[in-house]
Design a binder for this molecule. Structure first.
Ligand code: SF4
Ligand code: SF4
Length: 332
């Protein structure tokens, strides 16, 4: 029998200081170690709602223990939701933001040009509604490449919003829809760190039937963050370097971008945005949390990130300057 994550824990405490949620509440039950103990004892705690699903704990833990993994295995089994929109950002149209407008990228106009191709591009909610310029600029830069993008019509959300709400069946439906759209054995590119994490780390954990699990593992193996892939294609990916531009490294990007960090030495900062999890938004957690990172952008004109949730958080909390952008909008 495999050990439960808590039984593997050596109680070193390394995960505490790197957990944004623990640093905010300063209570053991809000730490990765404490949450894993609660899970092991089968106790439901409202501290689980304050886990940002950032996986910072697993990066520092000598035993590789990830609270989100334990949570998905043990607790993630609530029923379906009636509400099941394809784009989760549609709801946000009504909310007041300091500096963003929710946009509509017309997929129908785009798809005829990219009906077939050598690699897939995932039109995530962020790419469609927050930073479509990142896609437009990338498509214009690679237009002469022998490798052509394939952008199927009818794409939607990766399901992260419903992961935060514990709705397993809903997230599985989102996962299945993406697998159907990206069924051919081609590389899949995403512009969003959290979509990357969902496809690579979460989807394979949701399915027990061997054939389904294998299909999602295959999808995970062929999914890349866009910058990683462009580098493999030998694009000289020069991102603007100026003292007043700060590149934010989203939590979910770290494990696949290490070779790219040298590109922007001294311009990247690794801090947690506070998460775009709905339960946290509703309780105003981000407003409090933002004090920690607001100070770091005092002298910046641009704060560039590469994740839909981080983009939303920064845009909702920050007044210009800094202007919030996607990394790929700064490709020169
Ligand atoms: S995923 Fe993030 S917020 Fe959740 S326990 Fe781990 S470090 Fe803390
Ligand atoms: S870092 Fe890992 S081993 Fe150490 S206390 Fe946290 S969960 Fe336990």
């Amino acid at each position: 029998m495999t050990k439960t994550p808590y039984k593997k824990c050596v109680h070193c405490g390394k995960c505490l200081s790197s957990c944004p949620s623990y640093r905010f509440f300063l209570k053991e039950s809000f730490s990765p170690r404490g949450r894993n103990l609660l899970i092991a004892k089968n106790i439901d705690s409202y501290s689980f709602n304050y886990c940002l699903l950032c996986e910072r704990c697993s990066k520092v833990c000598p035993q590789g223990i990830s609270f989100p993994e334990s949570y998905i295995k043990a607790k993630f089994s609530k029923g379906s939701f009636v509400l099941h929109p394809s784009d989760s950002l549609i709801f946000l149209k009504v909310l007041p933001f300091n500096q963003i407008q929710i946009r509509e990228l017309d997929e129908k106009k785009l798809s005829p040009y990219f009906k077939e191709g050598d690699f897939y591009v995932y039109l995530s909610c962020g790419l469609k509604h927050l930073y479509p310029e990142a896609l437009e600029l990338t498509l214009s830069k690679i237009r002469h490449s022998p490798m052509k993008p394939h952008i199927p019509e009818g794409q939607g959300c990766c399901g992260i919003v419903f992961l935060g709400l514990g709705a397993k069946e809903v997230v599985k439906n989102y996962a299945k829809k993406l697998l159907t759209l990206f069924s051919e054995k081609k590389t899949l590119l995403t512009f969003c760190a959290t979509c990357l994490w969902m496809i690579k780390r979460v989807y394979p954990q949701l399915f027990d039937v061997e054939q389904e699990k294998a299909a999602f593992e295959d999808l995970a193996n062929r999914t890349y963050f866009v910058i990683e892939f462009l580098r493999k294609m030998d694009y000289s990916l020069n991102l603007k370097e100026k003292d007043d531009i700060l590149y934010h490294l989203p939590c979910h990007l770290d494990f696949s971008l290490t070779s790219e960090l040298n590109l922007l030495k001294g311009r990247i900062e690794d801090f947690c945005c506070g998460s775009a999890k709905l339960t946290l938004w509703l309780r105003g957690f981000q407003r409090e949390f933002s004090k920690h990172w607001r100070r770091r952008t005092l002298d910046k004109e641009v704060l560039a990130t590469a994740c839909t949730g981080c983009y939303l958080n920064f845009s909702s909390q920050l007044r210009y300057p800094p202007k919030v952008k996607h990394w790929l909008e700064l490709w020169v």
